[in-house]
Design a protein around this ligand. Structure first.
Ligand code: CP3
Length: 333
């Protein structure tokens, strides 16, 4: 069994596997080199020879326990024919939702559009370098995808005042998302993904009263679906105020915590395996601080099944040497 599966499925507390969100990305010069000659991010994600190479870049450098596929949560709206672009220094820019077009979208057409992602997963999971390591597939949670689809860009701190004005439209989109997220998950697993992470990056934007409708119910549906395919599922409901309530209701196999969470409180509240937490900004400091902070998380979770990770993605300005130092600190713990 892989170290990640041992922690998630067997609740092993003696090992601390490590992988890092955005481990394939802009902090690596070899990624920036490829990116320079591939200005279109979507096309890069759909080039399975390059996207598999990028996925494996961090594993060639560091002693990590999993590969996370180089892709994006916004490939799903792209597969549903919504326009998606990435502008340098701005982030994602989406076209307007055309609900009639979304409703017409068929499974075959969708899978054909995203087919290179499944080929990338097959390549990565069959590569020698991922032997006894996991290949992590992922999707955006329905709520976070809805935010991008309606808002057409990152919401930064707040939702537009009239975000919920067209409830009928929102409910139709959520139904479509449920259908195609399941298709996307199934194809990732069929091609070699052996862990699925669900990113709910904007769960923290909702008021408590809206969580059941927009986060708990739709995510529970997906979690149950992944479980039915005998694959462990990790949820990352970033900045949600009540992680315990989320875990009690949605019951993922493991939960990833953000860096605003108090790890000691979480340890008391939550019984399932925990992942992550360390503030990515720590990697911009010095070795002493990195060692102290990484060790603090490992100490707190020493008798709890724990997967080492950060509390959000690694920052582009991170020095790969500091990243390596963090990995080695965890491995030598
Ligand atoms: O290594 C990995 O973690 C796998 C790759 C990965 C990417 N996006 C590649 C990427 C993963 C897991 C994602 C998930 C994703 N994408 C999320 C959820 C996690 C989170 O960060 O909260 C979200 C919200 C998105 C949407 C998205 N994609 C945004 C907001 C941006 C722009 C922000 C930025 O960092 O510029 C992207 C672009 C993106 N996705 C990049 C990468 C490597 C940067 C692209 C570039 O090179 O310009």
């Amino acid at each position: 069994m892989t170290p990640l599966h041992q922690v998630i499925l067997n609740k092993d507390t003696k090992i601390n596997p490590i992988w890092i969100m955005r481990q394939a990305g802009r902090y690596l010069p070899e990624f920036r080199e490829i990116r320079k000659s591939n200005p279109d991010f979507i096309n890069l994600c759909l080039n399975e020879s390059l996207s598999s190479e990028i996925t494996l870049q961090p594993l060639k450098r560091f002693d990590l326990d999993a590969a996370i596929i180089f892709s994006d949560i916004l490939m799903l709206p792209y597969g549903l024919t919504q326009k998606v672009e990435f502008e340098k220094g701005f982030g994602p820019k989406l076209g307007e939702v055309n609900i009639d077009e979304l409703s017409k979208k068929g499974e075959i057409d969708f899978v054909e559009k995203l087919y290179p992602i499944y080929k990338l997963i097959k390549k990565v999971s069959n590569d020698d370098i991922t032997k006894n390591k996991n290949t992590i597939g992922f999707v955006g949670a329905p709520w976070t995808l809805l935010v991008y689809m309606i808002n057409q860009q990152s919401p930064k701190k707040n939702l537009k005042k009239d975000f919920f004005k067209n409830e009928f439209l929102i409910n139709r989109i959520l139904l479509i998302l449920d259908k195609f997220l399941k298709i996307h998950i199934k194809n990732q697993i069929d091609n070699g993904a052996d862990v699925i992470q669900i990113f709910d990056s904007w769960a923290g934007l909702l008021e408590e009263k809206d969580l059941p409708n927009y986060v708990y119910s739709p995510t529970l549906n997906l979690v149950n679906y992944v479980k039915s395919l005998n694959t462990p599922v990790i949820c990352f409901p970033r900045e949600i105020k009540n992680y315990k309530e989320f875990c009690d209701i949605v019951k993922p196999d493991a939960v990833s915590i953000d860096y605003n969470v108090d790890p000691k409180k979480i340890l008391n509240d939550i019984k399932i395996p925990i992942q992550g937490g360390l503030d990515p900004k720590i990697l911009l400091s010095d070795k002493e601080t990195i060692k102290k902070e990484a060790t603090r998380y490992l100490d707190i979770f020493k008798d709890h099944p724990y997967i080492f990770n950060l509390g959000h993605g690694v920052l582009p300005e991170t020095d790969p040497n500091m990243f390596e130092y963090m990995v080695n600190t965890v491995k030598n713990y």
